[in-house]
Design a protein around this ligand. Structure first.
Ligand code: PRP
Length: 214
């Protein structure tokens, strides 16, 4: 039997995913040993697990180096890879929003040269160009995006909002909602055919567990 390989977005989502997988009998004791290792194996079940940076998970799954990926919808929308999105895990829930100072609302709707800071340039373009038919300037950042409107680098930000506390602590607010976000299971297109039985069985178990918990 070939290995079935999972790529997990490392961090809190990977921990929660492993808890969920354990409920359906998929375990990986090796991963529990707190180490810097990035790849783990369960020889009995012929499973491998990669811990990757979230934005790299779709790359592993599209290439087929991982069969199954677990990653946020935010990353999937930004990366735009050719994958099967098979399931909503109903965890890691948050939303994409446009945020800024309340006074910016007028500029948000009328400006021809709105400056938008974001870690998600494709999501921001999709929203402003396709949905609002508005031209904007994108300023790509890699973190702490809330800083940009405060220091005057941008007018607004496009970012994920979970509790809203980061915005609030910085005097900013949601000016427009874009879409909801949660963790998804994605599958490589070839694996879906070649490993259909094993994957379907895992999805069946996950659906039952997530359904019961949600
Ligand atoms: C994310 C996001 C917001 C914050 C939202 O950042 O970019 O900054 O979480 O969460 P909240 O609404 O509950 O406050 P992350 O913690 O990933 O750090 P980063 O900005 O450095 O990427």
């Amino acid at each position: 039997m070939e290995y079935l390989t999972f790529a997990l977005a490392k961090g809190r989502l990977a921990d929660k995913t492993m808890e969920l997988l354990e409920k359906i009998g998929i375990t990986c004791d090796e991963m529990k040993e707190n180490s810097r290792k990035l790849i783990f194996t369960n020889e009995d079940l012929k499973l491998k697990f990669f811990l990757a940076k979230a934005s790299d998970v779709p790359t592993y799954v599209e290439s087929g180096t991982a069969d199954i990926g677990i990653v946020g919808k935010d990353t999937l929308l930004e990366e735009g890879r050719n994958l099967y999105e098979v399931m909503d895990l109903k965890m890691g829930k948050c939303r994409f929003a446009v945020a800024g100072y309340r006074e910016t609302v007028a500029k948000l709707n009328n400006s021809l040269d709105l400056r938008v800071a974001t870690k998600y340039p494709n999501v921001a373009k999709e929203y402003f160009y396709q949905k609002k038919h508005q031209t904007i300037e994108i300023i790509k950042l890699h973190g702490s995006v809330e800083l940009a409107p405060i220091v005057g680098l941008s007018d607004v930000i496009v970012d994920i909002v979970e509790t809203g506390s980061t915005l609030k602590a910085n005097g900013l607010e949601v000016l427009a909602d874009i879409c909801p976000v949660s963790a998804r299971v994605v599958v490589n297109r070839g694996s879906m055919k070649l490993e259909h039985e094993r994957i379907a069985e895992i999805m069946y178990g996950l659906r039952k567990t997530v359904g019961e918990n949600s």
